[in-house]
Design a protein around this ligand. Structure first.
Ligand SMILES: [Zn+2]
Length: 266
């Protein structure tokens, strides 16, 4: 079975993970810029990180026949400092033409603070200025519903943003309907302990149908599973979903969304 993991942080995974993913059928991954586990003090650190995910990680993935693409931004967890946000956003335009860069992400909110909203708006304007796809991170647990609404309001406030070119990730039962109703794509993140289990993700898929939904592992340096996508596709098979529907969720949907970038090819 061929599949795509459209949200995974491979810089924090081992080469053995690439090997296991390739054996399990992974054709491509996309890597949003995220928090490194510590707050970076200077904008220059982000430039090095952006080049790591835009130019180095492709070579590691290619050893196993996996295509690797990325997204650039200052992630919401480090967006409490508006001046750092301004400096990091200024680094991004010159890197957008790199062949591996698909858009701006993962932007969004973490604690739903005013400073985070300012940095989010800056990124949305950047994406609009350069006609980029957007990948959105939504907050955890009790902050998720409010944060998802604030993010969608900010996106709707920028008339140049087309909802069909925005994926709102880490969606759950109480946010998927809102996201799809407004024309955005919804991402279901598969975590062993929080976010969605494979079973919950398939339940949601069965409730909302196959359009404008993707699944991802969002695996990083924490407790997460780089094989979460094929495990979920296996759960669909166990429940008797036809092969064509399983391929749509695991491969065709992410390929269709990412293909809007003009750069994503398998
Ligand atoms: Zn992430």
């Amino acid at each position: 079975m061929k599949w795509i993991d459209p949200h995974i942080h491979m810089v924090s995974r081992t080469t053995d993970d690439y090997e296991r993913m390739a054996v399990a059928g992974c054709a491509a991954v996309t890597e949003p810029a995220f928090w490194a586990g510590f707050d970076r003090a200077h904008a220059s650190h982000f430039r090095d990180y952006f080049l790591q995910i835009a130019e180095c990680e492709q070579k590691r993935a290619a050893l196993f026949g996996i295509r690797h693409f990325c997204w650039l931004c200052l992630n919401p967890k480090e967006a409490e400092d508006p001046e750092l946000g301004r400096q990091v956003v200024e680094l991004i335009p010159e890197l957008l033409s790199l062949p591996s860069v698909l858009g701006i992400g993962e932007i969004g909110l973490n604690k739903n603070s005013k400073n985070e909203v300012r940095v989010l708006e800056r990124h949305i304007a950047l994406a609009a200025d350069h006609d980029q796809l957007i990948l959105v991170h939504t907050p955890h647990l009790e902050d998720k519903l409010k944060g998802t609404r604030l993010i969608m309001d900010a996106l709707k406030n920028e008339p140049r943003i087309r909802p069909g070119r925005v994926i709102i990730d880490h969606a759950e039962e109480h946010t998927v309907g809102l996201i799809l109703d407004q024309g955005f794509w919804a991402g279901l993140t598969l975590y062993p302990n929080s976010k969605c289990t494979p079973q919950r993700a398939v339940d949601i898929f069965e409730m909302y149908g196959p359009e404008r939904i993707w699944i991802n592992s969002a695996a990083d340096w924490g407790n997460s599973d780089p094989l979460a996508v094929p495990r979920t596709l296996g759960e669909m098979k166990r429940r008797g979903h036809p092969e064509a529907v399983i391929q749509k969720l695991g491969f065709e949907n992410p390929a269709a969304f990412l293909g809007q970038s003009g750069k994503f090819t398998i």
